[in-house]
Each structure stands twice: as structure tokens, then as C-alpha cells.
Design a protein around this ligand. Structure first.
Ligand code: SF4
Length: 929
């Protein structure tokens, strides 16, 4: 708890708080009273009330139209780019106020927090003052409720304030970095560097030293083209793998002058890496350039041109207020990263619509050097910084996309470390997939033709984007006109409605209509998964689907031809530039050419997909048709194609051109007990690394976790909760959370069951002072949910896959992980195809499934013990938990099959009761019944 230095005067406005435990209202300057839901709604409808997180309060009250003075909006205005957990407790901590001890104390906190924020506005030392007065003038015109409250306290500056677009610094162009020198890292030097990074007082860990030396081997000079050094390193939790690979990486970067890329799957690890990299690199070099750069996909960054458009009328109503708050942030952000960077994750959800996405460059409309903000653009800055960086921190998808279609081949990573390497297979699976769907096709249409109606925003079609080229080059103009004409054959607005009415327009809509009919006709789910996607194999399709595919294929070819012609014209202009083409114009045409190539390749992939529908199956691919639904509402119709083994294109695109690649994770190897243990444990890691597709044997390295699982953790398998008994499942969750006093991470394999359990337990637990938050229920993004969970040791969090290995919460806040059932793989078409292939290869279909389940269990278990001081229980609510899967848990972890009542007793007693179990009793843990 933070103590206040001075207690701010509360503002004299009513304040409302609603939780699952009740509703509390405090009059301006009055007392707090518990009120009924109806009275709370009336109060909020009558007059603007102070509240925190309006969408969450609205969902607690069941009153979606709720509005008021949301303290989070005021915080985002006054302290842009500062972190705040969006709860009363988090707000109190961020403002240095006393944390409220109960729900009833929250309204007073809200009044004091408002007082504290007003006091900041009056403070001459307010560091984020620049731009506030001007922004407030705009926000007042937009009727932002806070404008009237804050206006008297924000003085008009003596000099006119510079607006955002003039305040931002310009990036500098730098020459190409020379190719890295070929260097060998001597093992003693690697160990010395590791000692330097860990610090003099750090405990010396042999496992970490061995790991660092193994990781260093990927930096050795390559012996032949197409044969990178490939290392697979299993790094048990707690060995210190981050510094273990940063030690050789930083040494190599310093000696060679090259760039190392570290790729992660979660944003959380990116944040951690950025912090850890400070031990090896300063924030800035002497010339001011950053040696470490976080690089993400374009769709993560603020596009200044989109923001300018939004500020100048492109956004209306609440969205326009969001744009003003984002502009405030734009002046203070570290790097313009809106998703997982320093823009609060909760800001977008306060405004409900997709405002944040509309401010990024997510649809490939960038006009590069034609943009007036090009020299200040965050995306261009990140690209330039990363070309000069020693360390680039990226994610798996970006690394693969970059390797597949980087604008500049010199920017392709050659020394790569994939942390969270167990996700590389899935990332490759998505990256190298092809999907022809209604949503994708309409995006292509908009890219070619522009928006159909008088839509707000600056979206323009090809003709508008390349107007100057068209006026200069007749053949280019003709190609653009032909592409626009052919693009009319793609789906247009209202396509899904037309499909349901059996009135498709154009050949691609007709195909999607036939796909939808065939998918429903073959559906055998019996409505069990009603509301979720349904799918069918792309085999033995009815004649009308084949005919429609053929017509759609011709339409796609008709679009592709003029796009290829246009690409040729752009190349010709670049090769023989006219006098008027300056450097900026040239960069813009290069950008347009790059965007064209991407679309031409996309259409080619779609065409190949359609050509295959009527012909024989290609054993390299798995194709299927699907109707995507969410909550019983259809949102897309698609034809999918995946590689049976996506590591094949991965090997070709990522591994072969590289010089050194490390895949590392705490769950890289399988914990099977079959046959030759070591070979069996590495078999799937090797198969899922792409090693089989390059001419290079991987180096295998393993370091076991130093944690004492035998005395710090306990696995409890509950034997008396019947599968499918929802009331019993919910009752078990509630009792486990009560016994643990919160601190529970509840993992589900189906959103439907998660929602049902949450609906039954949230009120009861909130009344006991044990708040429960849930993914897919609370209107809060996943990263923020984890922040809330981490911040409050009495909170519990329910979620699905994204939480299974995206949560790093050491300490008291996470004391217990509860799995609702064994995480069996979903038997969808893609899974069945890969399972059959594994079976054919001699591995056995059920062994394939078991490996997947063990991996999921190991990842979920990995959430529990994050540091040597952590302790807790891992609980599975499944009587039928197969013994053969117990090897998923770390060696020595005690495993008990118990009733719910026995589990509650053990939970209440804490992990100290574990010493009654002999950890040596079983190779993979002591199994007591
Ligand atoms: S250069 Fe492109 S991404 Fe950057 S601000 Fe301009 S339009 Fe947006």
C-alpha cells in the first residue's frame, strides 16, 4: 500500500462504484451509501458521476448506456504514456493515495483521485503540461465531460503551444550497416560476459553458464550457404535463460558489428527483454541512436496521417475524444507502439469501438514518402532504428513475415533467437497459411477501389493513391482502370447478408454462398458447439461449389493481370525516372510497388487454392471450408489452406538464409517416458524446428530448472467432479477460490463453460471480498486483465488459451492454477490430418495427441512457480486424468488424486503439507490415491 504524502481535497462531485458485491454512491461532499442497482442507474442517468472504467461498471449494472466522468480518461489526459492498473486499487497506487480497503470506500477514493488529478493540473512542475491546454479546447468542443471540470485548473500558456506534428522529432537517414565481421566467441569470454551481465553479487549458476556457451555456438561462422547453425535449447524455468543468450548475443554484436534478433511470442516477454537488455546496452549510444529496438508489425503503431485525419473530422462523437487522448499520448510515447507499448491497454476499451485499430496502419494504405509526416513516422523510425541496432526484439509472426517479404533484403535477420520457441510451429502455421474469405476479399476490394460509400476517414483506392502516376503514364493509368473494373467482382458491403438471403452478387460472393451452403449441409456437430465455427473437408465437393470456384478463379485472374501490368509500369518508371520524380516520389513508388507485389502474391495463393478444389488433393496441404461464428452470429465464410508441415516453408524462408538460429523454451522438449527417454523427448522438438528440411543437424542443449518442485508445488487431481456437471464445476471453482483466498488462475478449454462458471460464482465471491475477472466476459483486454490480477493478491482470473502461457506472475498473486479438465486437442480437420500423418509416420495417433496435451499441461503448470520463492497448487478437475500424462509435470512434483473436500483442506493448509508425500516415490512424481 502506498501512503499519501498529502491527502488531496476531494472534488465535490457524486461518485459511483459497482462491483459484483453491490453498488455504492457518494454525494458530492456527502456520505457513502449502499444503493440498489436501479438507484445506481438513476443516479448515473441524472447527473455526471465520477466512476472508474465505465464499460466495466456498465456491465456490472447491466446498463450499457452508462456514461460519466471516468477517472481513467482523466488519467490518460493528464498522465499520457504512464502506467496505471485500471482498478480503484491501481488508480490509488498510481496517484500515491491510500488503497481502499473495501468496495464501500471506493467512491471516496474516486473523489480524492479526481482532486489529486486536478491538483496536478495546477502544479507548475506538471511534466506532461505541453499540449494540454490546446487539447482541452478541442475536447471542450467535443463535449468531453471532464473538460468543464479541468478547464478552470489548466492555465492558458503564454506562448502558443506547438501541435503534435511539429513537436515530434524527425528521424535521420543512415547509410547501410556493413556486413557483420565473422567472429568466433571463445567460451571463457562468453562466461565472463555473462558474469558482467548478472552482476558481481549474483549467484553463479552452472546451468546458466553451460546454456550461455551452447547459445554462443550459433554465432560461429557458417560453413556453407543454406546450412545455418541451428541450436535447440530446453531451458528449465529459473535457469536465467534471457541473460544466458543475451551474454553471447551482446558479445557477438560488439565484436562483429552485426544485429541479433530475439523473437518472442508474448508481449510480456518483450517487456522483460527490453528491461534485461539494459544490463548489456545503454538506452542510447553516444550518437543518440538506440542500440536496442523493439520492432513490431505496422498494425501496432500509431499512423500520424490517420491521427491527423481523425483529429480533423474523420472521427466523430466518442471516437473523436479518443483521437484527442491518443494525440496527447503521441507527444509523450517512447516509440508510438499502441498495442502492448506505453499506450494504456484499457484506453481503447473505454471507447468500445475499434478506434485504436483505425489509428494504426493496419490495412496497408501507407503512402510512404507521399505522407507529410513521413520524416516523423513512428513506423519508419522503428524500421531505420532496427537496421542500425545491436539487438532487435520482435515477435515470431513479424520475423517470419519480414523474412518472407521484407522490402529490403539487407534487413532480413541472419542471427536469430526464438525465445518461447515452442510457439514457432503455430506461428509458422499461421504465417504460411492461405485463406480466401469474405473479410479478406472485401479488404482487397477496398485496397483496389476504395470504400464504396462516403465513408469517413482517408481510405482511398489505387486510382487516388497513384493519381500523379496515372496522369504521367498512360499504360499505368489503363492498368489502374482495368484493376478497378475487375475489382468490382470482389465482395462488397452487405455480402454476408446477401449470402444468407441466397442473393450473392458477383462470382466471389457466389462461391462463398456455395461454400456456406455446403458447410452447413455437411455439419455433423449436432449443434453441440452451436455458435462456434463449423467446417468441412474440401473433398468430394458438390458440382456447384466446383463451378463457382472456377468462375471465382477466373475473376481473380482478371484482377491479377492488370495489377502485374501496373507493377511493371512502376518498375519501368523507377528504372527510367522522369525529371519530376524526386527522392520522396521515388520512395513512394517503391512503397506502392512493394504493396502491389504482396497483393499479387496473395491473389496467386487464392487462385491455387481454388484450382485445387476440383482436382486431386495435394498431400503437402490441408484444405477445408468453414463458416466462422461467434456467439451464434456468422462473421465470415472461408476456404482455408494450411501446410501439413509448416516448418517446411519456415525452413526455406527463415532458416536457410540465416547464419545462426536458436530455438529455446522451458517447454521445448516433450516429457514422455516412452522408450529411449532422451531421443523420445527431443523427437518432437526437432520435428517442430524445421531441422528436417535443412542440411544441418541441430545442436541439442538442456538445462534443468533449479526450482525445488517437490517441496514448492503439488498437483491435485480431483476425482469427484463429474464431467459435464456445470453446477458442480462452478461450485468447485468457487470453493477452491474461497479456500485459497483468491490468487487463482482458472483455465478453461471452452469459452462457453468459462462464461457459465463465471456467471455462477462472480457475485458470491465478490461479496466475500474475492474479485473474479474473466477473459471473454469483462470488457477489458487480456494484458490489462493480467495487470489487474498481478496487482491484487485477492483477485482471481479465469481465461482460455492466451493465459495458459502468457502469464508471468511471480509471488503472492498467483498461488493456484485450476484446470477445468484435461486439455484434449480439438478434433478439427487440421488436427485430424496432422494426427493421421503422425500415425502414418509410425508415431501413433494417440501418442501425437498425448504430446500435445503434455505440452499444454507443462505450459499451464509453468504459470505456478516463476521464482524460487513461489509455491502453490496445480489442480485438475478431472476424475479421468490418464496416468500416462503425469510425466508432463516436472520431475519430483508430488501428484495426488483426491476428492474436492480433501483438496480444499490441502489448499487451506498451504504447500507446507506437501512434505507428507515422498517425492522420490515416482520417476515423474509421487502418485498417491
Ligand atoms: S508514413 Fe505511412 S504509416 Fe507513417 S504516418 Fe504516414 S501514412 Fe502513416
Amino acid at each position: 500500500m502506498t501512503s499519501p504524502t498529502t491527502l488531496p481535497e476531494p472534488v465535490n462531485l457524486p461518485a459511483l462504484h459497482a462491483s459484483h458485491g453491490g453498488h455504492w454512491l457518494r454525494a458530492g461532499g456527502g456520505a457513502t451509501t449502499a444503493v440498489s442497482k436501479g438507484d445506481a442507474i438513476m443516479a448515473a442517468a441524472d447527473t455526471p458521476v465520477l466512476l472508474i472504467n465505465a464499460p466495466l461498471v456498465a456491465s456490472r449494472l447491466g446498463y450499457p448506456d452508462l456514461s460519466g466522468l471516468d477517472l481513467l480518461e482523466a488519467f490518460a489526459f493528464i498522465h499520457p504514456a504512464r502506467f496505471c492498473v485500471p482498478t480503484p486499487r491501481g488508480l490509488a497506487e498510481a496517484l500515491g493515495l491510500l488503497v481502499p480497503e473495501s468496495d464501500a470506500a471506493v467512491p471516496e477514493l474516486l473523489q480524492r483521485a479526481a482532486g489529486a488529478l486536478v491538483a496536478v493540473c495546477r502544479d507548475p512542475e506538471w511534466v506532461e503540461r505541453e499540449g494540454a491546454w490546446s487539447a482541452l479546447q478541442s475536447l471542450e468542443r467535443l463535449r468531453w465531460p471532464w473538460a468543464q471540470v479541468l478547464k478552470p485548473h489548466i492555465a492558458k500558456p503564454e506562448k502558443a503551444e506547438r501541435w503534435l506534428f511539429t513537436r515530434l522529432p524527425e528521424w535521420e537517414e543512415a547509410g547501410d550497416r556493413p556486413a557483420p565481421r565473422q567472429v568466433e566467441l571463445a567460451p571463457p569470454a562468453v562466461v565472463e560476459q555473462l558474469a558482467r551481465l548478472t552482476g558481481d553479487n549474483a549467484e553463479q549458476r552452472e546451468g546458466q553458464r553451460a546454456y550461455a556457451k551452447d547459445a554462443a555456438r550459433i554465432f560461429a561462422p557458417r560453413s556453407a550457404p543454406g546450412r545455418p547453425h541451428l541450436a535447440l535449447a530446453q531451458a528449465g524455468t529459473g535457469i536465467g535463460k534471457t541473460l544466458g543468450y543475451l551474454a553471447p548475443a551482446s558479445l557477438w554484436a560488439a565484436q562483429s558489428g552485426g544485429t541479433v534478433w530475439v523473437s518472442t511470442f508474448t508481449k510480456n516477454l518483450q517487456r522483460q527483454l527490453r528491461a534485461e537488455s539494459r544490463r548489456a546496452w545503454p538506452a542510447r549510444r553516444a550518437d543518440g541512436s538506440p542500440p536496442v529496438v523493439v520492432r513490431k508489425g505496422r498494425e501496432n503503431y500509431l499512423c500520424l496521417l490517420n491521427l491527423e485525419d481523425a483529429l480533423q473530422g474523420g472521427f466523430a462523437g466518442r471516437a473523436a475524444i479518443l483521437a484527442q487522448l491518443v494525440a496527447r499520448w503521441g507527444g509523450y510515447t517512447r516509440d508510438g507502439d499502441m498495442v502492448g507499448g506505453d499506450l494504456p491497454g484499457w484506453l481503447g476499451t473505454l471507447f468500445r469501438k475499434r478506434g485504436i485499430a483505425a489509428l494504426t496502419d493496419s490495412r496497408g494504405e501507407c503512402i510512404y514518402a507521399g505522407c507529410p509526416h513521413y520524416r516523423k513516422c513512428f513506423i519508419e523510425r522503428a524500421a531505420r532504428d532496427s537496421a542500425q541496432a545491436d539487438l532487435v526484439i520482435a515477435n515470431h509472426a513479424l520475423v517470419m513475415v519480414n523474412a518472407a517479404r521484407a522490402r529490403d533484403p539487407n534487413q532480413r535477420p541472419t542471427r536469430l533467437i526464438f525465445d518461447e520457441g515452442h510457439h514457432v510451429f503455430d506461428a509458422a502455421d499461421s504465417t504460411f497459411a492461405a485463406t480466401l474469405s469474405g473479410q479478406e476479399a472485401i479488404e482487397l476490394r477496398r485496397w483496389i477501389i476504395g470504400p464504396e460509400r462516403e465513408a469517413r476517414g482517408r481510405r482511398r483506392g489505387l486510382a487516388a493513391r497513384l493519381a500523379d502516376l496515372a496522369s504521367y503514364d498512360e499504360a499505368g493509368a489503363e492498368a489502374i482502370a482495368a484493376a478497378c473494373k475487375a475489382g468490382q467482382m470482389l465482395p462488397s458491403e452487405g455480402w454476408l447478408q446477401r449470402l444468407t438471403e441466397n442473393a450473392p452478387s458477383g462470382p466471389v460472393e457466389a462461391l462463398l454462398g456455395a461454400v456456406r451452403t455446403a458447410t452447413y449441409a455437411r455439419d455433423e456437430s449436432g449443434g453441440i458447439e452451436a455458435g462456434y465455427a463449423i467446417e468441412t473437408e474440401a473433398a468430394g465437393l458438390p458440382g456447384d461449389v466446383i463451378e463457382a470456384a472456377s468462375a471465382a478463379g477466373e475473376a481473380l485472374a482478371a484482377i491479377r493481370v492488370p495489377l502485374i501490368r501496373l507493377g511493371g509500369r512502376l518498375e519501368a518508371i523507377l528504372a527510367d525516372p522522369p525529371d519530376w520524380l524526386d527522392a520522396q516520389g521515388r520512395a513512394r513508388i517503391e512503397g506502392a510497388r512493394f504493396a502491389l507485389i504482396w497483393r499479387i502474391d496473395l491473389i496467386a495463393a487464392w487462385k491455387a487454392l481454388l484450382d485445387r478444389l476440383g482436382g486431386p488433393a495435394d498431400p503437402e496441404f490441408v484444405d477445408w471450408l468453414a463458416v466462422d461464428r461467434s456467439d451464434a452470429r456468422e462473421f465470415d465464410v472461408a476456404i482455408h489452406r494450411r501446410w501439413l508441415d509448416p516448418m517446411k516453408p519456415f525452413a526455406q524462408v527463415v532458416l536457410e538464409p540465416a547464419h545462426g538460429v536458436l530455438l529455446t523454451s522451458a517447454t521445448l522438449t516433450d516429457r514422455t517416458t516412452d522408450g529411449d527417454a532422451a531421443a523420445a523427448q527431443w523427437a518432437s522438438a526437432i520435428a517442430r524446428s524445421g531441422a528436417a528440411h535443412i542440411d544441418s543437424a541441430p545442436l541439442l542443449s538442456a538445462a534443468t530448472s533449479p526450482f525445488d518442485y517437490a517441496s514448492r508445488a503439488e498437483v491435485l487431481i480431483i476425482t469427484d467432479i463429474k464431467k459435464g456437471d456445470l453446477p458442480a464445476l462452478a461450485g468447485a471453482y468457487a470453493r477452491l477460490i474461497e479456500a485459497s483466498g483468491g490468487g487463482v488462475l482458472g483455465l478453461f478449454t471452452a469459452i462457453r463453460r468459462l462464461r457459465a462458471v463465471y456467471g455462477r460464482v462472480a457475485d458470491r465471491l465478490a461479496r466475500a471480498g474475492l474479485p473474479v475477472y474473466a477473459q471473454h466476459v469483462d470488457p477489458i483486454d487480456t494484458g490489462t486483465l493480467v495487470d489487474i490480477f498481478r496487482d491484487d493478491p485477492r483477485a482471481s482470473l479465469l481465461g482460455t488459451d492466451a493465459l495458459r502461457d502468457g502469464v508471468d506472475v511471480p509471488g503472492q498473486s498467483l498461488r493456484c492454477v485450476v484446470l477445468e479438465q484435461v486439455p484434449w486437442p480439438r478434433p478439427d480437420i487440421l488436427h485430424k490430418a496432422r494426427r493421421a500423418a503422425a500415425n502414418k509416420a509410425g508415431g501413433g495417433g494417440s501418442a501425437y495427441d498425448d504430446r500435445i496435451i503434455r505440452a499444454k499441461l507443462a505450459q499451464a503448470f509453468g504459470r505456478l512457480i516463476r521464482s524460487k520463492d513461489d509455491a502453490g497448487h496445480f489442480i485438475v478437475l478431472s476424475a479421468a486424468f490418464p496416468t500416462r500424462l503425469l510425466s508432463a509435470f516436472p520431475l519430483g512434483t508430488p501428484v495426488l488424486r483426491v476428492t474436492l473436500d480433501e483438496a480444499l483442506q490441502r489448499l487451506a493448509a498451504g504447500v507446507s503439507s506437501i512434505d507428507t508425500v515422498d517425492p522420490a516415490a515416482g520417476a515423474q512424481g509421487a502418485v498417491l490415491t
